[in-house]
Design a binder for this molecule. Structure first.
Ligand code: ATP
Length: 314
């Protein structure tokens, strides 16, 4: 089983308990561990893979809580860093009109320092870049570029999820698109939601969007489509792999469960070339990852709801 290095943010989501009002009126909040790359590391570890989290939290009680949460899920946190800056915090509420009210207080996640020593461990392993906050600047963004370069020279399997958050980019969507391009160009696997594929390609039509993103360089593209399943697109195939029928109660983390499960399966291959030459295998893997996504929607929260090995087998 190869290692999967998941690089990016780990933060506290304070979710307003009484939804339907904006943050100015919310009084009570529930503290939850958040951050897409950290969720992916958990998804991998819960399925028996070697998920390694590389990110930075504050040297404060919130940082302790976050790292303990990952440790309890058997994620390797030995490469996580602590900073004097406070742990990154996000406050979220759904207002009456269904719009998200969001306050983001960016702290320690941006402080992740690149470590050249990691290179020696990269050889032939997997790198997952889940960019939600990483492209917003700071040492973390610099580290992203350098780790991408290292991954290319160390023949890693590279996975990229742009994790576009409208709240974070507001008037700067074009800048986000521009910053994602080098990662799409160099990645073996890109995971997009439909909205992301459309934004990054400038094409409304899902197939035209995939054509564009393949032209940029993405080799394997997955476009997650909620209950409809996932569009899988490579040089050889393009088809929607259906999901399973479930009764969803909270879709948070479904995308992270999907990509985590896919990467966990790829990390078990002796040779990455096997998935580029074997469409059947890739389709099977995506079908299994769809199940992981679907199961996650049947429980509240992200990390808690991610399936473990036996749940997925059942
Ligand atoms: P996120 O909001 O967590 O970033 P996403 O938008 O990337 O997620 P989704 O499309 O919501 O991801 O879900 C990922 C995968 O999980 C889907 O491709 C699908 O296979 C499965 N899935 C999600 N919702 C459902 C559902 N309601 N029923 C069945 N399967 C689902």
């Amino acid at each position: 089983m190869k290692k999967v290095f998941c690089i990016g943010e780990l933060l506290i989501d304070f979710v307003a308990e009484k939804q339907g009002s904006n943050l100015s009126k919310a009084n009570t909040f529930t503290k939850k561990a958040g951050g897409a790359p950290a969720n992916v590391a958990c998804a991998i570890a819960k399925l028996g893979g070697r998920g390694i989290f590389v990110g930075c939290v504050g040297d404060d009680p919130f940082g302790d809580f976050l790292l303990n949460t990952l440790k309890n899920e058997s994620v390797d946190i030995s490469l996580a860093q602590r900073s004097k800056t406070f742990t990154t915090l996000a406050f979220v509420s759904l207002a009456e009109d269904g719009e998200r009210d969001f306050v983001f207080s960016r702290g320690a996640d941006r402080e992740l320092e690149y470590q050249v020593a990691l290179r020696k461990d990269f050889n032939g392993n997997l790198l997952h870049l889940g960019a939600a906050t990483a492209l917003l600047g700071g040492p973390l963004e610099k580290a992203y570029g350098k780790y991408l370069f290292d991954a290319l020279t160390k023949e890693m399997f590279i996975s990229f999820d742009p994790n576009f958050r409208k709240d974070l980019w507001k008037e700067n969507e074009l800048q986000f698109v521009k910053k994602c391009m080098p990662f799409i160009e160099k990645s073996h696997l890109c995971k997009f939601s439909l909205e992301e594929a459309q934004l990054l390609s400038g094409k409304e039509d899902m197939h035209e969007a995939c054509d564009f993103l393949h032209d940029v360089g993405a080799k394997i593209i997955t476009v997650t489509l909620g209950k409809k399943g996932t569009l899988l697109s490579t040089n050889n195939i393009r088809e929607i792999v259906p999901s399973i029928k479930v009764k969803p109660i909270d879709t948070t983390g479904a995308g992270d469960a999907f990509i985590g499960c896919l990467l966990q399966q790829i990390s078990g291959l002796d040779n990455f070339d096997n998935i580029f030459n074997n469409d059947k295998l890739l389709l099977k893997m995506v079908a299994k990852a769809n199940m992981a996504g679907a199961i996650t929607t049947t429980n509240y929260g992200a990390i808690v709801a991610l399936p473990n090995k036996s749940q997925l087998q059942d």
